[in-house]
Design a protein. Structure first.
Lengths: 203, 253
């Protein structure tokens, strides 16, 4: 039994050394949505504000990490964090107080693993790639209207951003995706766990 | 006196014919042989530095890695992957033919096919269009005429063929006699107004002449982009698997 315990940390250390020896890309972004109130509403349902005050409505953080474990095995992780401080401030109120928190106010905060998968190139055969985990799966390459790209749901979180690419963003889902390539033709076989609210009923 | 005038005129005519013994089509054929024919590298790998200068003078520097494969008598293939800056790292561009151009957007894990009506759009904010970055070769799309010749260069005028899907109506091309590659090009839009001017510096690497620096100026916008190649490797026997959507999705190391 002791041997098993020794073996596990040893494997863990080897694995970590693999990870750290490969090149890892860290990237991310921080987005702050702020507003200025043009009218006074002291009795609002969620929080009160005076005319001319600023409000931090939404804070978005995106952290990404990508790297290779070996020549043919790579991984990608993306964490998204959302905060809705709903804090207002003016010349007499210190703005950071709203973000850092107020004892009288509950600040909604959400952290999610938006994307996280491992990809194995040349899985069992030179022509096959396997991707396991939370991933977006794209079918077809047509621009704008792509009728075959219908596996993952459209991400409406940023739908009204004036960036045409957001219209094409699809939410990653947990899946097992096996892709077979032959010259310029590829066949994708994807398996997604059923999405339902328990108790699940399949007709 | 009449005889002398006649003789002088005839000698000028004969001299002129002997100077322009080569036709525009022959010059263009030589250019294409250097670019995508027998005299071009079979394949090439290089690091490119792209410097975009806006009309106000602000600079953006981008670095990319490019691979090309020369398929004689067919479309040449090319793949480009951005190495920096970090916000566009791993963005990829694959060209298999004039109708098959793909852009990979790593942010969305998405490969987008460049539709023919988008080909004249800017390539990643530069003064090059997707079409400029596409497959090489002119004779398929343009009628050619030799308009001038001197010791150092030929000057060609290329006019777009009636059904050719190309953004430039007319191209005036200065071809260096030493490298047999374009040294300068003036590109005109559908209204026959000057749109872009490109200047190329060509260098001999081994037995090949290669355009290692291209300066593309958008005359209408008054901006320009310089594309400079370094670490050029030729004839490595690059495999076909590089020029695929599968490779386009892979992270560049």
């Amino acid at each position: 039994m002791k041997k098993v315990f020794i073996l596990i940390p040893a494997l863990f250390i080897i694995n970590l050394s693999f990870v750290y020896s490969a090149s890892i890309d860290f990237s991310g972004r921080l987005k702050l949505f702020s507003s200025i109130f043009i009218s006074k509403n002291l009795y609002g349902q969620y929080f009160s504000h005076d005319r001319g005050e600023f409000g931090f409505k939404r804070l978005e953080t995106r952290l990404k990490m990508a790297g290779e474990i070996s020549d043919n095995i790579s991984y990608f992780i993306r964490f998204d964090a959302f905060s809705r401080p709903d804090a207002s401030f003016n010349s007499t109120a210190f703005p950071e107080a709203g973000i850092l928190g107020s004892p009288t106010q509950v600040e909604p905060f959400e952290l999610s693993l938006y994307e996280g998968y491992v990809r194995i190139n040349h899985f069992l055969s030179r022509n096959v790639d396997l991707t396991v985990g939370k991933q977006p799966i794209q079918w077809g390459t047509a621009d704008k209207v792509n009728v075959v790209d219908n596996l993952n749901p459209i991400d409406f979180a940023n739908f009204f951003t004036f960036d045409p690419d957001y219209f094409a963003e699809r939410r990653p889902q947990i899946a097992l995706n096996l892709e077979y390539y032959n010259k310029q033709v590829s066949i994708s076989m994807a398996s997604l766990p059923p999405v339902c609210t328990p108790p699940c009923r399949f007709y | 006196m009449r005889k002398i005038t006649f003789l002088v005129t005839m000698s000028i005519f004969v001299l002129n014919v002997s100077i322009w013994a080569i036709t525009g089509s022959e010059v263009l054929k030589r250019v294409e042989e250097r670019m995508i024919g027998e005299k071009a590298p079979k394949d090439m790998e290089a690091i490119m530095r792209m410097i975009i200068v806006s009309p106000k003078g602000s600079k953006k520097v981008r670095e990319l890695k490019a691979w090309t494969k020369n398929n004689i008598n067919e479309d040449d293939w090319r793949v480009m992957k951005f190495l920096s800056p970090p916000d566009i790292k791993n963005v990829g561009f694959l060209v298999l033919s004039d109708e098959q151009m793909y852009l990979y957007l790593p942010e969305f894990r998405r490969i987008r096919r460049i539709a023919s009506h988008n080909k004249k759009e800017s390539f990643m904010g530069s003064d090059f269009s997707y079409d400029d970055m596409g497959t090489s070769g002119f004779s398929r799309y343009y009628e050619v005429k030799l308009i001038k010749e001197d010791d150092k260069e030929w000057v060609l005028e290329l006019s777009r063929k009636p059904k050719a899907d190309k953004p430039y109506k007319r191209i005036k091309m200065w071809v260096s006699k030493e490298s047999e590659l374009p040294a300068k090009m003036e590109m005109y839009d559908n209204s026959d107004e000057l749109w872009k001017v490109s200047e190329e510096e060509n260098k001999k690497i081994g037995e090949y002449w290669i355009p290692f620096k291209i300066n593309m100026k958008d005359v209408k916008k008054n901006s320009f982009t310089t594309l400079e190649m370094k670490d050029i490797k030729v004839d490595q026997g690059l495999g076909k698997e590089i020029f695929t959507n599968r490779f386009l999705r892979r992270r560049v190391k």
